[in-house]
Design a protein around this ligand. Structure first.
Ligand code: OGA
Ligand code: MN
Length: 332
């Protein structure tokens, strides 16, 4: 096992870019051949997101590894690993250490699928034969909804916790962009709100609806029966993040309106809050390399995909862990 050392160019340029290495007693001290591995963290921005080194995600983890990573998720919300080459089975097994896994809308739609495992979401521009999808392909247009700021599956009554994307193929840089994924820190965005606004929104409940989010980009071609399968779900607008006990905004492109308010008024409030929460100081942009794996906490971040050259393959695989209760049952 090759030691994954500090990557060149990411040394301590900024005071917050501290390396926190777990000690042998507190974290991983796994002997793989001759090498002792230590999990290291290197913050990517002052408020959230960290790179993680010194762990091979294809290998089974100890309980202490999982705890070390959960602590980092609770602190940083976004974890970036490099140089991992996981099969779908390895990705599923790694993700399952963090909770029961979602079977997403894509896998439930039926029909021929490119990927064998239902727990692995196909976040690619490829069809069942690994060909680039046509510009007007229905599944491609549906997945363009990921270009809007969102948190995953907030339209489900019990939404999801962790998202994990693993890069198998990455498009080259282009004039349109390189297909980056951006993350926004909803705890920092909440903290930065005026106290009067915090008081105004504290108890609000928002209706989240996949048909609203897709409708915003003009996508309405859902397969028959899907509308009935995914009715809107109410979610708290302000949540308390369990692992950090910090308050967080729970926003998403799926968020349609405020329950009990005129639709227009709630929608305008959600737009204002989203504009606030996606300012550059709250964003980390991830430029993909093959072998990257990124974990994010959907409870306290939003994310979106960025455009790329659509003639080039972009193949990311996603695993997602489920929550246990509605946000309405979780006091803010
Ligand atoms: C997702 C998602 C964005 C991207 O997989 O949940 O929103 O960059 N992906 O592909
Ligand atoms: Mn998403």
């Amino acid at each position: 096992m090759r030691h994954r050392g500090v990557r060149a160019g990411l040394r301590r340029r900024d005071p917050w870019r501290i390396i926190i290495a777990t000690t042998a007693a507190g974290g991983r001290n796994l002997h793989q051949g001759e090498t002792t591995m230590t999990i290291e963290f290197r913050a990517l921005s002052p408020s959230f997101a960290t790179e993680v080194d010194g762990i091979d995600l294809s290998q089974p983890m100890t309980a202490s590894d999982v705890k070390t990573l959960w602590n980092a998720i609770d602190r940083y919300a976004v974890l970036v690993f490099h140089d991992q080459r996981l099969s779908d089975i390895q990705l599923r097994d790694f993700a399952a250490a963090f909770g029961p896994l979602e079977i997403g809308r894509g896998a439930l739609q039926g029909g021929k699928r490119r990927l064998a495992l239902p727990q692995i979401g196909d976040i690619s521009n490829l069809d069942e034969e690994n060909r680039i999808r046509a510009r007007d392909d229905r599944r491609r247009l549906d997945s363009l909804g990921n270009r809007l700021w969102h948190t995953d599956a907030s339209y489900m009554p019990v939404p999801v916790v962790l998202g994990m994307l693993h890069a198998v193929a990455v498009p080259p840089a282009s004039v349109l962009g390189g297909g980056e994924t951006q993350f926004a820190d909803m705890r920092a965005a909440y903290d930065a709100l005026p106290e009067t606004m915090k008081a105004e929104i504290d108890g609000l409940v928002v209706e989240h609806d996949i048909f609203w989010s897709r409708g915003q980009i003009g996508f309405t071609e859902f397969p028959p029966g899907e509308r009935e399968k995914y009715p809107p779900s109410p979610q708290r607008l302000v949540r308390r993040h369990p692992g950090s006990q910090r308050k967080t905004l729970y926003l998403s492109a799926h968020a349609s309106h405020v329950v009990g308010w005129p639709v227009a008024e709630g929608r305008l409030l959600l737009w204002d809050l989203t504009a606030h929460a996606t300012q550059s100081q709250f964003i980390h942009s991830h430029r993909w390399q093959v072998g990257d794996l990124v974990i994010w906490d959907n409870r306290c971040t939003m994310h979106r995909g960025r455009p790329h050259d659509e003639s080039q393959a972009r193949d990311l695989r996603r695993a997602t862990t489920l929550d246990t209760a509605s946000t309405l049952e979780q006091a803010a």
